[in-house]
Design a protein around this ligand. Sequence first.
Ligand code: NAG
Ligand code: NAG
Ligand code: NAG
Ligand code: NAG
Length: 495
Amino acid sequence: MIMIRPTVLAVFLLFYTATHGERYFHLGRSKGGNLGAPGGYNGEPLPAAQWFKQKLDHSSPSDQRMWKQRYFVNDSFYDFNNQGPVFLMIGGEGPADARWMIKGAWIDYAKTFKALCINLEHRYYGESHPTEDLSVKNLQYLSSSQALADLANFISAMNDKYKLNKNVRWIAFGGSYPGSLAAWLRLKYPHLVYAAVSSSGPLLAKVNFMEYYTVVVNALREKTGGEDCVTQLKIAHQQIAKYMDDNPKIVEKEFKVCKPFASASTLDIDNFYNSIADDFADLVQYNEDNRISADAKYKNLTINTVCNMLTADGSVPAYKKLAAFNSVVLDKTNQTCLDYSYDNMIKDLRNMTWPAGGRQWMYQTCTEFGFYQTSSAEVEVFGNRFGLDFYTKQCEDVFGKKYNGDFIAAAAEWTNNYYGALDIEVSRVVFVHGSVDPWHALGITKTQDNDAPAIYIKGTAHCANMYPSSADDSSDLIEARVEIQQYLAKWIGQV
Ligand SMILES: *[C@@H]1O[C@H](CO)[C@@H](O)[C@H](O)[C@H]1NC(C)=O
Ligand SMILES: *[C@@H]1O[C@H](CO)[C@@H](O)[C@H](O)[C@H]1NC(C)=O
Ligand SMILES: *[C@@H]1O[C@H](CO)[C@@H](O)[C@H](O)[C@H]1NC(C)=O
Ligand SMILES: *[C@@H]1O[C@H](CO)[C@@H](O)[C@H](O)[C@H]1NC(C)=O
């Protein structure tokens, strides 16, 4: 069990999600944006894993080292004589999950368009292990550009393997970081990929992603229709800050911390505040989506039920109500106490043994994207204890002194130059986002170009459009799925 608390941007988890839950696309304590596993899975048979011989370093023709990359295929809808489109689900910062091969919106589209469905796991995640361990030296081959080259190489090999004629159209799908990859694949390899559905993809690499918590706070307002929930959080924060000065024992007890604050370092305390905020990040990022929940008992943990907890019963102090939510999260994640130790977190992230946990995604944030969900913009609600330095220090402490703030800033700038950030020049890509998903702040939410339209769904969270439909779906979400299907029809039918 990975004890790293989520800090987020994540993406794609298949099987792993049920046990490790959403603590994935949060990055270590740095958040990623993982996609969860689709809801509605009832033990149906799943396709077996297949393995593709992949090149380790696409940037070096003379480097002949190879490794095995995992993929899954569902060919049940495909007519090999009368070849239709190929749908490619792009793997991201978590294990590929075979359940996505039989469930989810893309499977419904595949039935309609008689598509061949393929899911390729991202290098360095799940069971796709290019190197013997995750040492910094070996991690040099972990990057979005190597992942895109994997996809290009794979597409070309599958065209041969399945004897696909050259008019067959590949359509890329992805949610969260793979949503970005879907758009970037179309950008860099337009001759291989005809169109893409890019869900919840952050296209702008930003080191200080302070907007994340602003969307979290706004989502609380949007979903509850008022200020009360946010006000209670502010009051709770003031009370906690005061007790931390005068009587920390009270906070220790209510928040069930693993060790007394008397022995805590400054970084530990920063981490404590980050943990509490993180719980809200998770709550909002995955609000009411149709995902497999590790435990049905927690299915009712939504923005509305948690805000009801915080705003109910005026006689209970706000910090105690917040602590009650913290206790529910500890239960849900099977933790007996809140471990806010900075050193324990760094120790986990330094572990170079497969399968690791947050280390790979953290490496990508330190070397490509930043995406640090700092407290800079929402100090009143979550305090000011996890600013940018708190995150860049983690990069240095985990990977070495070289990975400092200047290094990360330069890396993110290069990423934006390399892909074009929000000025990406692509056609036949639809960008899909939800108003309650903090990641929309780094994506394209307005149509600027009719060849690359945007769909902005009011009220939905991270990757909501990708999950199987459910009776609880809002009309906006239903409409978005239909609109995506219309784009697919146009692109697949277009000669
Ligand atoms: C493909 O998906 C359909 C729909 O869920 C499922 O019935 C079928 O078994 C799957 N085929 C394979 C080969 O997994
Ligand atoms: C969720 O439901 C359980 C009972 O099934 C209840 O004990 C719990 O208080 C509920 N949680 C919230 C946040 O409403
Ligand atoms: C917590 O433990 C229960 C029971 O052992 C298990 O079913 C569940 O998957 C665990 N949850 C997590 C997040 O590890
Ligand atoms: C490192 O991770 C591996 C695999 O998850 C685990 O078995 C091992 O105990 C970890 N090592 C340390 C020192 O935590």
